[in-house]
Design a protein around this ligand. Structure first.
Ligand code: AKG
Length: 231
């Protein structure tokens, strides 16, 4: 399992290991299962060239359309309006950023934490579900507003279920990318100087999810990832 730990991967990119308790992970899965079955729930999106993404997706708060790379209030595929972001999710994101600020201030001696990692109140959460063969190629998150991107407002990413081999780097080249394992309960934040980092999911480690999580939720084999952003 491993304990709580904070790792700075690069300026503005911080990994909070084991940040989310098992109880909260169970609640997040149950909330996503419920929302995922309703209007605006999980679907398999495609890119503009017609290729299907190797994951299932649902958006909360706003819609992000992978076909056009644009944000909207409804999703073009079926006109559904995304469900709102639940209050508990907002609280988790806020705590992750606050705890990171406290770490930067107290452990790193960084006086101006807002310049390293600006605060962010999300208005969209993209929920991805990867099965064991799921992947996501290296890309930058660049479809948010110029205001959000220019200010380096962070992306906050929560991992639940099976672990992922996550890649990140300055180029869109897998061979030059750094690797980090994201486990169930980890939170990754990238903002400030790292807001434009290339990142992606290389593979999913099968059977690596916590047993209790699977028992309590009946989560299918795979990985749930929630990324919060401000459009
Ligand atoms: C994205 O939503 O842009 C991601 O890169 C998701 C990354 C992940 O699943 O950890």
């Amino acid at each position: 399992m491993g304990g709580l730990a904070t790792k700075i991967l690069r300026p503005g990119m911080v990994l909070l290991k084991n940040f989310i308790s098992l109880k909260d992970q169970v609640e997040i899965v149950q909330t996503c299962q419920k929302l995922g079955k309703g209007n605006g729930g999980f679907y398999q999106p495609g890119y503009g060239d017609g290729a299907k993404m190797l994951l299932k997706m649902m958006c909360l708060g706003k819609n992000w359309d992978p076909k056009t790379g644009s944000y909207g209030e409804r999703r073009p595929v079926d006109g559904a309006e995304p469900p709102p972001i639940p209050g508990e999710f907002h609280m988790l994101v806020q705590k992750a950023i606050q705890d990171t600020h406290a770490y930067l201030l107290e452990e790193v001696g960084q006086k101006n934490v807002e310049s390293v990692l600006p605060s962010m109140t999300p208005d969209i959460c993209i929920v991805n579900f990867y099965t064991s063969t799921g992947r996501l190629g290296l890309h930058k998150d660049k479809d948010e507003s110029q205001h959000s991107l220019n200010r380096g407002l962070p992306v906050v990413s929560i991992s639940i279920g099976d672990s992922a081999e996550f890649l990140y780097g300055d180029q869109m080249d897998k061979n030059k990318a750094e690797k980090v394992e994201l486990r169930s309960g980890d939170v990754l934040i990238f903002g400030g100087k790292s807001r434009h980092v290339y990142h992606g999911v290389n593979s999913i480690r099968t059977k690596s999810a916590p047993h209790e999580l699977l028992q309590e939720t009946g989560l299918r084999p795979g990985r749930l990832n929630l990324t919060f952003r401000k459009y």
